[in-house]
Design a protein around this ligand. Structure first.
Ligand SMILES: NC(=O)c1ccc[n+]([C@@H]2O[C@H](COP(=O)([O-])OP(=O)(O)OC[C@H]3O[C@@H](n4cnc5c(N)ncnc54)[C@H](OP(=O)(O)O)[C@@H]3O)[C@@H](O)[C@H]2O)c1
Length: 397
């Protein structure tokens, strides 16, 4: 059951518990249990079958960003403890992220502190990717983004974890622009409070503030591609999408930044803005997505100002009311509130580039990501027609 092989380590006591990580008492005559310096147990050349000295507990690994982070960590010989809730079959694909025996699952419940302690007690790195885009009956934003984050940070500190990485969100600091509601985005304000809670418990934590993240199974490209986001072929947007500027980041770049922050001792106690290399007006981006999906004006695509459409507003409210746990097409008021907030990048705060990440341009990545949504790609005459390269979006900077 033990997942790391410790050759030459003396006084090693194999834990027979669920996690099965090696646990060592430094003095065999002492009753004081102390976690061994895992970094000194590095083995191999740095690939998937080595051990790089990192045992990382990744909370929220079953989500979109979690899959990429687990994959990147597994590839470099990290041992992964992946806490999960609910059905264990949903996590099983993550088993392949690392070498045999290096990916271990642990059931937990965010409100059960003992289960949190168990999930991170053998790790030297903890990553918190737990988050929600909308509130549910059981978990409010406060529960997940503030109290949950605080509990994880506190438990990590208590267990002697060396690195704590926390995912927040861009635009959570500074004024919370109110677009549809009176108080602005509750998601963003809870993310700001979450950052403060984490820093109170774990002052050396590294915080990432991602903008909209795109990639496989994202909630950015898929949100706009979803039929429910449109009214027929028409796309309603606040102020026609012309008043919003976005700087989306590719998920793989964000995951690379998280891995780089684990390795970089300078990253402790810093905040990083995870943004892409270019800024675009939102209307430019969405029009381009539709050109790439071959759903251009000839197909019937047209963008308009949503203030003229009461039916769209009614649709959002009804979706939220009748499908609260999983809003169809991710369409709910909180999402719309965040959707039209302009991305603010503070020049004084470092970005992924400061962690050595070579950022991908949307123009190079998005056509591939949107392939499954391309109209007439797999059947019909369209698939045989020569494809005209769609005009790329204009970028602001
Ligand atoms: N994706 C973006 O564009 C974006 C942008 C800015 C910030 N972020 C932040 O980045 C982090 C990761 O984002 P993501 O896109 O990977 O999110 P995601 O796909 O929604 O995944 C969220 C993860 O959190 C877990 N989770 C949610 N509520 C929980 C609860 N009450 N108890 C235990 N686990 C819970 C989920 O577990 P289950 O699988 O069991 O539900 C899942 O593993 C989040 O904090 C998010 O707010 C994301």
């Amino acid at each position: 059951m033990a997942a790391v092989i410790f050759t030459g380590a003396q006084l090693l006591k194999q834990q027979s518990g669920l996690v099965g990580i090696a646990y060592i008492r430094v003095n065999n005559y002492s009753s004081d249990a102390k976690v061994y310096n895992l970094a000194s147990l590095k083995r191999g050349t740095g690939g998937r079958s080595s051990f790089n000295g990192i045992v990382a507990t990744v909370f929220g690994s079953t989500g979109f960003i979690g899959r990429y982070v687990a994959n990147k960590l597994g590839k470099i010989g990290t041992q992964l403890i992946l806490p999960y809730r609910g059905n264990n079959y949903e996590t099983m694909r993550l088993k392949l992220c690392g070498d045999l025996g290096q990916v271990l699952f642990q059931p937990y419940y965010l409100k059960d502190l003992e289960s949190i302690d168990k999930a991170l007690k053998y790790s030297n790195v903890v990553i918190n990717l737990v988050g929600r885009d909308w509130e549910t009956k059981n978990f409010s934003f406060q529960d997940v983004h503030v109290k949950g984050a605080r509990d994880l940070a506190r438990a990590a500190k208590k267990a002697g974890v060396e690195k704590f990485i926390h995912l927040s969100a861009l635009n959570c600091d500074g004024p919370n622009e109110a677009i549809f509601s009176r108080q602005g985005s509750k998601f963003l304000s809870s993310k700001w409070e979450g950052e403060q809670a984490v820093l109170e418990e774990f002052p050396e934590a590294t915080i990432f503030r991602p903008s909209d993240v795109y990639g496989q199974e994202d909630r950015f490209l898929r949100y706009y591609a979803h039929n429910w986001r449109r009214q027929g072929q028409y796309m309603p947007m606040w102020k026609n999408g012309e008043a919003t500027i976005k700087q989306p980041v590719h998920v793989s770049d964000l995951a690379a930044g998280i891995v780089a922050a684990i390795k970089d001792p300078e990253a402790a106690g810093k905040v990083y803005q995870a943004v892409g290399p270019r800024r675009y007006q939102l209307n430019e981006l969405v029009d381009w997505f539709y050109r790439v999906m071959r759903k251009d004006s000839e197909w019937g695509y047209k963008r308009y100002d949503m203030k003229y459409d009461m039916f769209f507003k009614l649709k959002v409210s009804l979706t939220q009311k009748f499908s609260p746990a999983f809003p169809v097409g991710n369409l709910h008021w909180e999402r719309l509130e965040r959707e039209f907030v302009t991305d603010r990048v503070n020049q004084a705060i470092p970005t992924l580039e400061d962690l050595g990440v070579n950022l991908r341009r949307m123009e190079d990545q998005v056509p591939w990501e949107l392939k499954p949504f391309t109209y007439g790609l797999y059947f019909g005459t369209d698939s045989e027609e020569p494809v005209v390269e769609p005009k790329p979006p204009k970028y602001v900077s």
